[in-house]
Design a protein around this ligand. Structure first.
Ligand code: T3D
Length: 269
């Protein structure tokens, strides 16, 4: 399969999926509900993330939302009534598996937040490896407004991203944090002007897709352990992972390209 190959699958579905130039584009697609998660969407997203993990041609994942939102979190119309799944099921079967899949996916995952990201929608974005936003986007820990606590890793990622005090206040007050403020406090990587957002975020995904994929996966693995390991344990882990990175073809290519004073061409091998 060539790098230019485009695969369009499931494009009428609540989770659109296509692969182009080694990037898997995942679009949360319930725009009339601000891409709020119902059960179907939560399970489909898990399936698509599994495909991203298993397909060799995928070297970066780009998650965004259709229309004016990234995602408004749980579809609140689905949490009441006799057929409501119940909180235990929502976390165990919907959100926790999504967060776990994104963190364990051995490829970089970029969240492109073009509008509001609220509740679980915000925390799914914030658990990604690189988070960028349009200037008009915002992040809301909406949970306290409806009597819940931040889930989907919110209490894990937020204090690590922005520090305890900001995390605590944002979580309790449910503030609407603008994209620029989110960037300033280290919650996200970068903000683009609205008119540049789609092109610039896709270009960034393209950069990620051309980097040495296995080294990025090992970097992700190391970072996943960094906040719970002691320094000694982390040094040992780096040692182990660096030895693995040094066995890749991309490492040989990187060194050869440097010495030959030419750009490296990485293949993710
Ligand atoms: O039991 C559990 O809940 C467990 C779940 C845990 C995980 C969670 O994610 S909890 C947090 C759930 N999310 C929220 O509480 C956010 C609710 N939404 C909002 O606060 C606002 O919609 C926003 C701040 C996100 C955006 O405001 P705005 O003014 O831009 O849009 P809007 O007019 O409020 O919403 C537009 C439409 O989307 C509207 O539908 P309508 O009236 O045009 O037919 C609105 O009802 C719908 N919508 C927005 N968010 C949700 C939703 N529908 C269902 N569920 C939503 N979360």
């Amino acid at each position: 399969m060539t790098g230019r190959t485009r695969i369009n699958i499931y494009n009428m579905s609540s989770v659109q999926f296509e692969i182009q130039d080694h990037i898997a584009f995942i679009t949360l697609n319930r725009p009339d509900k601000l891409n709020a998660f119902n059960r179907e969407m939560a399970l489909l997203l898990q399936n698509r993330l599994d495909e991203c993990a298993s397909l060799h041609e995928v070297r970066a994942v780009y998650i965004t939302g259709a229309g004016k939102a990234f995602s408004a979190g749980q579809d609140l119309a689905e949490v009441t009534g006799p057929d409501a799944p119940g909180m235990e099921k929502l976390l165990a079967e919907h959100y926790n598996p999504i967060i776990t899949r994104i963190r364990n996916l051995p490829k970089p995952v970029l969240a492109a937040v073009g509008g509001v990201a609220a509740g679980a929608g915000a925390n799914i974005a914030l658990c990604c490896d690189v988070v960028v936003a349009a200037q008009s986007a915002s992040f809301i820990q909406a949970f306290s407004k409806i009597g819940l606590i931040p889930d989907s890793g919110g209490t894990y990622f937020l204090p690590r991203l922005v520090g305890w005090q900001k995390a605590s206040a944002i979580s309790m007050l449910g503030d609407k944090v603008s994209a620029l403020e989110a960037e300033r406090m280290g919650m996200i990587y970068k903000v683009y002007e609205n008119e540049d957002f789609a092109g610039a975020s896709r270009a960034l995904a393209s950069v990620l897709a051309q980097l040495p994929t296995r080294a990025l996966a090992l970097t992700k693995h190391a970072l996943n352990h960094s906040s719970t390991n002691s320094l000694q344990a982390q040094l040992l882990l780096e040692d182990e992972l660096q030895q693995e990175a040094a066995k890749t073809k991309d490492y040989a290519e990187g060194v050869n390209a440097f010495l030959a004073k030419r750009p490296a061409v990485f293949k993710g091998e």
